[in-house]
Design a protein around this ligand. Sequence first.
Ligand SMILES: [Zn+2]
Length: 500
Amino acid sequence: MTEHVDKRRRVASPIVSTNTDDEVGQPHHTVATEANPSGAYDGLYLDSVNRSVLDFDFEKVCSVSLAHTNVYACLVCGKYFQGRGKSSHAYFHSIHQDHHVYIHLTTLKVYILPEGYEVTDPSLDDIRHVIDPKFTPAQLATLNCPPARGAPAVTDLARRPYLPGFIGISNNNHNDYVNVVVQALGHTPGFRDYFMGTDLTGRSELVQRFGLALRKLWNPRAFRGQLSLHELLQEVFKTSQGKFTATSQGDAADFMMWFLHHLHRGLGAKGRPPRTSMVYESFQGEMTVTTTPNRKQPVTMIPTTGNDGPTEVRTSFLVLSLDLPPALIFQDEVEKNLVPQVPIDDLLAKFDGTTTQELPGCTRRYRLHRLPRYLILTVKRFTRTNFTTEKNPTLVTFPVTGLDVGQLTRFGIEKEGDEPQSCRYDLVANISHSGRVGKPDSAYTVDLRRPTGQWYRIQDLNVETIDPQRLFLSETYIQVSIINSLDAKMVKHLERTGYS
Ligand SMILES: [Zn+2]
């Protein structure tokens, strides 16, 4: 203690103390910044910076006043405080706790308190990079390539190796359903690169926090090889008006739809939804839904059209929802339950334009007209009633590469004589659900492919390698795939010829 006080006196003595402004609630630029007269003593204070206690994944809010503006982190103990003027919480903390180095969490400028002068020492750049990691286009391009031979392993502050992009995300309460969706979208190359490499200033808070979360997920200079989505979760809770919380497990597919919709809206200027966006350009496809009334059944789901014939509606989609056949649980000779399996080919036949889906009062057929660059498939596993949620545990078998969605859905047949076109997709992320809904064993995992071809399974903070042949053994729920480069030209062609 005595030593610290001495240090402060040594630095403070040459300074003419004129900075009496309290910047609480004031824009940053209105605050007079005292120059560091010599800089000679910075090292004494900078030595007290303790990187091992710094965690910038939390929401930027003052630990005393709970205010969101002008928040500084004390680089000695990691706590957040508002302001740096003489009546500010950071100022008092510097005097009472003898902690002197503070970083503004938005401007990333570092100040010595209580003296109030700025230090521009480049030795703090690693901290700035952890708060707000930045990627150049060249760095983004490397995310899709296997690492160069002989490249040194990336390590965290404690020199533990980790793989940027393949790190665990903490599940403090029940936010695993959000984590897996962020992980999956964070491995959808062009979509991810847009959110990581674009200046998102002026976009919605949700968009900005998602971009920051992805940059942290892929940060090769992180202090810890794991991530907390605290900041994003706060914004999800706020924007969804409490529908999606971190304290009770939500449905990952519901969240995925909500999230994509709100990212799209949030990319517009001044809060107005844009006509198109990176969300639509990545995931949007188009189909025709043909509804035929079934007069033998009560009409409940058909819009009144004034005639009894089939109606056709052309519509866009971000997700294709696959229906599972009813689960018949067999028992083998040792009375062990055998879970049924179904190939994904059978489920995709729903969209071939001729297969009919039976609904109360009508039948429906679906024909695809435009396939997106990145295809999201969800498997309808859950049936909700007023009292319970039933889960269908049927396993879905699927190829990891080359799933020909074009052939399976007879894509490209617009008139008689047309041939279906190949449109193959390679899986990039596979989200599965295990356990019983609403019970403690209910959990989500995500499988992610590395450019090396190696697959990883991530559940909360646990990251392990997995044989791709075994992915189907978990109850797949959401799959994100990228169109095979050989077929991508065809999709581009369709986009240009006016389906959008
Ligand atoms: Zn402190």
